[in-house]
Design a protein around this ligand. Structure first.
Ligand SMILES: [Zn+2]
Length: 47
């Protein structure tokens, strides 16, 4: 099975959550390093 995951571009953590930033659009927040931004690394991982 392949599952699609999003990873933080700064620290590589998968502990990234989506935050709707209103006028700013979609922003992701990393709970591990505090990264905030529109970009994440999207990856297909085999379970
Ligand atoms: Zn991070």
């Amino acid at each position: 099975m392949l599952s699609h995951t999003k990873k933080c571009p700064e620290c590589g953590s998968r502990n990234v959550s989506l935050w709707m930033g209103g006028r700013l659009g979609i922003i992701y927040i990393c709970k591990d390093c505090g990264y905030r931004g529109p970009l994440v690394v999207e990856e297909d991982v085999e379970n």
